[in-house]
Design a protein around this ligand. Structure first.
Ligand SMILES: [Zn+2]
Ligand SMILES: [Zn+2]
Length: 162
């Protein structure tokens, strides 16, 4: 799944802007790493990004990818997702949005919701520390996995019938 051309261009120009503001050079490697993430709506982890970027930049190392991603997080052009499993995932969508997470395949989809944005953080939470992001996480089984499991059920039923 990829984002629209317009959204990709918006993310790339924001990226260039933030890096130049911070006095950081937009090297070929940095651009390729960011582009890989910016065009994806799938919230990939570092190893997935590494495998994809390596096809275009064969000299790149996983270590460089990690260091670059954390640099981008510090610059605010990426967000990290709370570890849904063992691997940290990265999100180039830094506009307020929320997530649907499939508990079977780990797919994470963005959704937008004004009511969720307007959610007032309870004072109790504010007393725990300063609030940076309010993000809703909806967990369930995605349509793809639902289809796959109903296919399996149908197949096993057929077997029983014969
Ligand atoms: Zn799924
Ligand atoms: Zn997201």
């Amino acid at each position: 799944m990829t984002v629209s051309k317009g959204e990709l261009d918006r993310r790339l120009s924001e990226f260039r802007h933030r890096l130049s503001q911070a006095g950081i050079k937009v090297t070929h490697q940095r651009l390729e790493i960011f582009r890989e993430l910016a065009q994806s709506a799938e919230h990939p982890d570092a190893e997935t990004i590494f495998e994809a970027v390596r096809r275009r930049v064969p000299t790149i190392s996983l270590d460089t990818v990690y260091r670059t991603l954390w640099l981008f997080v510090d610059l605010g052009v990426l967000h990290t997702l709370g570890p849904p499993r063992d691997r940290m995932r990265f999100d180039a969508n830094v506009a307020p949005h929320h997530h649907f997470v499939c508990v079977q395949c780990g797919a994470t989809h963005d959704f937008f919701c004004e009511e969720c944005d307007a959610f007032r953080v309870p004072d109790e939470v504010r007393a725990m520390g300063s609030v940076h992001i309010k993000q809703m996480e909806v967990r369930g089984v995605c349509v793809k996995c639902q289809k796959a499991s109903s296919k399996k059920i149908r197949a096993s039923r057929k077997k029983e019938e014969t």
